[in-house]
Ligand binder design. Structure first.
Ligand SMILES: [Zn+2]
Length: 355
């Protein structure tokens, strides 16, 4: 028997009137959850009739889920060996490639100038905080429930200000930050209200929250439906994020569904803690429109966009390499006329010293 319970809508609190979503994707994660989903092949997803929020329901209890993360069960795979080479240099290079655009988006749109303080929710291996501290000189804080990831960030990257726990109203950092950062974390949270109370506590008045989450909306591939699996509990749109944030005095600064050229079907969102009371009801979505979007618009988007956006990150990488080679060729062809020796030396080096 599984250990799941029917929960009220995590956003509007409605206890009934949920509509089933039929997901035809295989659930790759469910076996990691052991007894929590015993006897189940995949998770069940619902649209809230009242506010249109797409969420997993029934689901494990908040306590069971938090305990699952704290038992370090979610990241069951070992940390890759190359993460340990040269004091984590290869991992940090990867992290810079993966996170830097999101960090720049958050800082630029929040108009944060100079050295600031940041808190990363679900700081993982510590890549985001390493970039903020090493590259930007910021003071960094974070939480990471998984012991292995926490140990890596602390012992190998030297970030000693991460707490091995879950963010909630009891979290104490003895400081207040300018920016709370979260990358693919909100969809995992067992208790969204506790996380928001935690954010309110650690953020300066007027501070910002950057959120990147997977989404089914404005999709370009069927990844957007695969996101609805047992590892996720909430599938946000900009409206549903605003519904959550409005309850806690946050207002949207900006959002985009087209932020990253390396990954698709994720939403970037920046909100500011203004303390303004905005009725969260104004962000409710029409559940029948949500249903039609998921059943019709989303699959059509996938079909139309698949030829362009499948393996998008790889394509961008290949195009960049080709561009680099073209630039090199142009430069050295010009050089052949003015300093042929230098041009030949450059070409030789390129051929025999691959970099
Ligand atoms: Zn609802």
């Amino acid at each position: 028997m599984s250990n799941l319970e029917l929960a009220p809508c995590p956003l509007c609190g409605s206890y009934s009137n949920f509509e089933d979503i039929n997901i035809n994707c295989k659930d790759e994660h469910i076996s990691n959850y052991g007894s929590l989903y015993a006897g189940k092949q995949k998770s069940e997803w619902k649209i809230c009739f009242q506010c249109g929020f797409v969420h997993q329901n029934p689901r494990p209890s908040k306590d069971d889920l938090n305990q699952f993360y704290l038992n370090s069960s979610y990241h069951s795979n070992k940390i890759p060996e190359f993460y340990f080479l040269e004091n984590g240099k290869h991992y940090v290079d990867f992290a810079r490639w993966y996170y830097l655009e999101k960090i720049q988006y958050a800082i630029a749109n929040a108009n944060l100038k100079g050295l600031g303080k940041v808190f990363d929710i679900g700081s993982g291996h510590g890549g985001v905080l390493k970039i903020f501290s090493q590259d930007l000189g910021w003071q960094v804080y974070g939480v990471e429930p998984d012991r292995h990831l926490f140990d890596y960030a602390t012992n190998h990257l030297g970030i000693t200000s991460i707490q091995n726990t879950i963010l909630d109203s009891n979290t104490e950092i003895g400081d207040q930050v300018d920016l709370v950062f979260s990358n693919h974390a909100f969809e995992h949270f067992a208790d969204l209200d506790q996380v928001m109370l935690g954010i309110q506590k650690i953020l300066k008045p007027g501070g910002y929250v950057f959120t990147a989450v997977p989404t089914y909306y404005q999709n370009r591939s069927d990844l957007s439906l695969q996101w609805m699996n047992s590892a996720h509990y909430s599938m946000f749109t900009d409206k549903s994020l605003n519904q959550l944030f409005a309850k806690y005095g946050f207002e949207e600064v900006t959002h985009t569904y087209r932020g990253w050229s390396k990954e698709i079907d994720d939403l970037w969102h920046l909100a500011q803690f203004t303390g303004t009371s905005v009725e969260s009801i104004s962000f409710y979505e029409d559940s029948s429109k949500v249903r039609n979007y998921i059943n019709i618009t989303n699959p059509v988007n996938s079909i139309i966009n698949y030829p362009i956006y499948s393996n998008y990150a790889k394509r961008i990488q290949t195009i960049n390499i080709l561009k680099q080679r073209l630039r090199f060729l142009k430069r050295n062809l010009k050089l052949l006329f003015t300093s042929p020796k230098l041009a030949i030396a450059n070409i030789k080096e390129k051929l025999f010293n691959k970099s």
